[in-house]
Design a binder for this molecule. Structure first.
Ligand SMILES: Cc1cc2nc3c(=O)[nH]c(=O)nc-3n(C[C@H](O)[C@H](O)[C@H](O)COP(=O)(O)OP(=O)(O)OC[C@H]3O[C@@H](n4cnc5c(N)ncnc54)[C@H](O)[C@@H]3O)c2cc1C
Length: 322
């Protein structure tokens, strides 16, 4: 207990030392700006009595880089240990962990360029994390990330965010994701499904151009084995080779080719998600507080939050924009 307290004191002191300045903000208009959400030790870290390596800018080594095509990359990073830390790792006396709670993002720094990214996976003890990146044409960080290679070092700081899930209260959690922003929603889903005592139910509504642009499809199919998970894909631009669908510009809801492309327990709608689509998931007979989490660009977040407040009867106080 005393040891935990000492770590707490030293972490607080460390966090205080790294004062935030206006230049720490990336200027991207993040809902949870680093200036209002200073990276702090979480309860998990305090309980472990360790230091979270990412609280101030720290070097991570690119361990793996996979291209998913269409300018989308999977990047896997591992903490680049200093010599002293390598010895500690060998002798099992390490005092650091990597804690990026679900719903939090990290800031990447290259020189004076800052951009936020949302890990879809992280390992507390191995101090590794993964991000899904969509390169933006002409974007300064995209230019840099387009050429990163395994073994390159990059700096990150975090975790930044506010979302906190209480597993003791059974809730109806609606998670809406757009395109690559499905990535940060995966830890939120896992957090509920991996805890057998968590009685919350999840509705994962995933918006993508078409099936080809649904990332982490295998993982969604794994989630579908759980009693408390439902998902629905919204694919307004899904188009097969049939003459009818080519002429219409997209597949019909009953298109046989589309049906064949869907896997067991996969549900898809050939339309954009809107207020009426949201209302079909309301399930008023299921009790529990309604919580809405929206991951996507600011326009998607705003539109979905406004619609869900009416269509799903979510109290605005329980809406979280990632
Ligand atoms: C909280 C938060 C978390 C984020 N997490 C991720 C993540 O996990 N993976 C990821 O790839 N990106 C993520 N982003 C976006 C990321 O921070 C960068 O903006 C993006 O990588 C492009 O950086 P850039 O410097 O190349 O271009 P920028 O200078 O940022 O942007 C170049 C152009 O692309 C547009 N643009 C930027 N991002 C998008 C987008 N997502 N959709 C459409 N247009 C866009 C900009 O408006 C601008 O016109 C996140 C953003 C926020 C606010």
């Amino acid at each position: 207990m005393e040891m935990t307290k000492n770590y707490t004191d030293s972490q607080d002191a460390e966090a205080q030392e790294e004062l935030l300045q206006d230049s720490d903000c990336c200027g991207n208009g993040c809902t949870h700006c680093i200036l209002d959400n200073k990276p702090r030790p979480s309860n998990r870290v305090l309980l472990a009595g360790k230091r979270n390596v990412i609280l101030s800018y720290t070097k991570f080594r690119l361990l793996r880089r996979d291209s998913l095509g269409g300018q989308v990359l999977l990047l896997h990073f591992g903490h680049a240990a200093e010599e002293e830390e390598k010895v500690e790792a060998e002798t099992g006396t390490e005092d650091t962990v990597l804690d990026i709670p679900p719903g939090h993002h990290v800031m990447m720094r290259v020189g004076s360029l800052l951009r936020p990214y949302s890990p879809y996976w992280s390992d507390f003890l191995a101090k590794e994390f993964r991000i899904l990146v969509k390169l933006q044409r002409g974007g300064p960080m995209s230019r840099h990330l387009a050429v990163v290679r395994p073994n390159d070092l990059l700096e990150f700081r975090g975790p930044i965010g506010q979302y906190l899930h209480d597993p003791t209260e059974a809730k109806c959690i609606y998670i809406l994701a757009q395109g690559v922003a499905i990535a940060p929603t995966l830890p939120l889903v896992r957090q509920v499904l991996e805890n057998e005592e968590d009685m919350s139910r999840l509705w994962h509504l995933v918006c993508a151009r078409d099936l080809q642009h649904v990332y982490f499809r295998e993982e969604l199919l794994e989630f579908a084995h759980f009693w408390n998970y439902r998902s629905c894909l919204y694919l307004p631009h899904q188009q097969c080779e049939s003459a009818a669908c080519q002429e219409a510009g997209h597949c019909d809801q009953e298109c046989p080719n589309l049906r064949r492309s869907l896997r067991y327990r996969e549900t898809a709608k050939m339309s954009r998600l809107d207020a009426s689509g949201l209302a079909t998931h309301a399930n008023p007979s299921i009790p529990g507080k309604r919580v809405l989490i929206v991951a996507g660009d600011s326009n998607f977040q705003r539109t979905m939050a406004q619609s869900a407040i009416h269509s799903l009867a979510v109290d605005p106080a329980h809406v979280y924009l990632l």
